[in-house]
Design a protein around this ligand. Structure first.
Ligand SMILES: [Zn+2]
Length: 243
């Protein structure tokens, strides 16, 4: 695929929409970027309508070539348009848009620098955040943990937006595609925006499941072994695909 990275500060493409971008720039990467910007806004809005995010308390990014398109800081998602999407390079230098990128940029960039992820979703989903205050690892209440690579770890607390938080998160993500952030929220990544989003929804659901099961007085939920979760993960990776 031809790589055509937008010049520093050139935001016209996004301002004029996908059609004009193609005519003016002629690059597949730019067209893909414009589409990705629209998909990013759709995914960001979905985090609100699905109850995973309240107000501006989450962020979504997608990688297009060497550019990371990311939601801006402080714009409520119901008002977000593709024009508001910002773009940075892998070093964090802004290459698209006029708004400031999310303050959680260090976490997003850390994922792209160290994995082959195509998208990252970060939320403050309520059940997942509640669990992050109670344990250092989500108890294995369901085999769907296998879809995230195994038992979901909780990254130790560090102030939002810091490199320290990004480092804690990376350690919690080793061998996993999602983790919890202590007293903060969730982070998942995936090949596509849909996959990253679905993983966040699954993680929030598993946290809700554990809270529900563990709230029955006098009873404790049965937990799966690491081996059982790993086996489910193997099967899930082959799920729905031709042999
Ligand atoms: Zn956050």
């Amino acid at each position: 695929m031809a790589e055509q990275r937008p010049e520093q500060g050139d935001t016209r493409g996004y301002r004029d929409g996908a059609q004009n971008v193609v005519e003016r720039r002629g690059g597949h990467a730019v067209l893909e970027g414009a589409r990705a910007g629209g998909a990013l806004v759709t995914a960001a809005r979905r985090t609100v309508t699905d109850g995973l995010v309240v107000g501006t308390s989450g962020n979504v990014s997608v990688r297009v070539g060497d550019t990371v398109l990311v939601t801006p800081s402080g714009v409520p998602y119901e008002r977000l348009t593709p024009d508001d999407v910002t773009g940075v390079d892998l070093a964090g230098r802004q290459v698209l848009g006029t708004l400031r990128p999310t303050s959680e940029l260090p976490m997003h960039l850390a994922v792209y620098r160290t994995t082959d992820a195509g998208a990252v979703v970060h939320t403050h989903a309520v059940h997942a955040t509640a669990v992050s205050t109670l344990v250092t690892e989500l108890p294995r209440v369901h085999y769907m943990a296998g879809a995230l690579g195994g038992s979901v770890r909780v990254a130790p607390y560090a102030a939002y937006g810091t490199e320290e938080l990004a480092e804690n998160m990376l350690r919690a993500l080793v061998g996993r595609s999602g983790c919890l952030l202590q007293n903060h929220g969730t982070l998942t990544h995936g090949t596509t925006l849909d996959q990253a989003y679905d993983r966040t929804a699954q993680l929030e659901w598993m946290c809700r499941l554990w809270l529900t099961a563990s709230s029955v007085p006098g009873l404790n939920p049965t937990l799966l072994t690491e081996e059982q979760v790993a086996e489910a993960g193997e099967r899930l990776r082959g799920y729905g695909q031709p042999e």
